[in-house]
Write a protein that binds this ligand. Structure first.
Ligand code: DX5
Ligand code: ZN
Length: 232
């Protein structure tokens, strides 16, 4: 698949109706999202539990765009093949999840998926430098991972700006995740982010049977990000 830095909106199904993932996914895709973001939590690396490879496998046939799987788990390596076999297009692991992230990224690409590297808000970008040629995406967490609906951490804007410089011409996406709204997206768009994960700000006000608000919400985030880029 070709690489581009256009603004992409990736709703997190953490804010969807857990009893109705198939219809929720169809709704957000019909309403114009670009990727579907799946938050996997293990109750150990983060203080919350969500779902694993069987759920990913079950929802994959409902996804026409990309399944973007964010692993908030430690250890990561024993589960990579299972998520790849479940149909993950992108598998993102945390830099903080273990001492051998280089090996983890090799394993993700070896399993046939695109590799993402996520950074917690307290983690600097220095350790990303020698991994840049092994990743397709760097995810800058703009909340502490574990829950939807938290407040955006403003200090991460500078991190994205510095990361964007470090990436240069490499085909590496900058994804931001947590507290993204039409109010916070412009700061990050101007700083260099191109993939905007949003849970509560996309799903608020709508449902699978009344999906129009999802479209309004997706377009509002996209427009805010695109306008900020034009102005930058
Ligand atoms: C946080 C998750 C995010 C989060 C986004 O641990 O990785 O994807 O659910 O949710 P909002 O947009 O509600 O902050
Ligand atoms: Zn996420």
């Amino acid at each position: 698949m070709s690489f581009d830095r256009s603004v992409k909106i990736a709703p997190s199904i953490l804010s969807a109706d857990f009893a109705d993932f198939g219809r929720e996914i169809r709704a957000i895709e019909d309403q114009g999202c670009d990727w579907v973001h799946v938050d996997v939590m293990d109750g150990h690396f983060v203080p919350n539990l969500t779902f694993g490879p069987p759920l990913c496998k079950a929802i994959r046939p409902h996804i026409r765009t990309l399944m973007d799987v964010h692993l908030m788990i430690a250890p990561v390596d024993p589960y990579i093949d299972a998520f790849a076999e479940a149909g993950a297009d992108i598998i993102t692991a945390h830099l903080e999840a273990g001492p051998h992230v280089h090996r983890t990224l090799q394993a993700i690409r070896g399993a046939g998926a695109r590799a993402g590297l996520a950074l917690n808000p307290g983690t600097g970008i220095e350790d990303v430098e020698y991994l840049l040629d092994m990743v397709d995406l760097v995810c800058v967490m703009t909340v502490n991972p574990g829950f939807g609906g938290q407040a955006f951490i403003e200090s991460q804007v500078d991190k994205v700006r510095r990361l964007r410089e470090m990436i240069g011409d490499r085909p590496v996406h900058i994804q931001i995740d947590g507290g993204i709204t039409p109010g916070t997206a412009p700061l990050m768009a101007a700083a260099g982010a191109d993939v905007f994960v949003a849970g509560s700000a996309v799903f608020k006000g709508g449902s699978a049977v009344d999906p129009a608000p999802y479209g309004v919400n997706i377009r509002a985030i996209r427009a805010a990000a695109e306008d900020a880029r034009t102005a930058a």
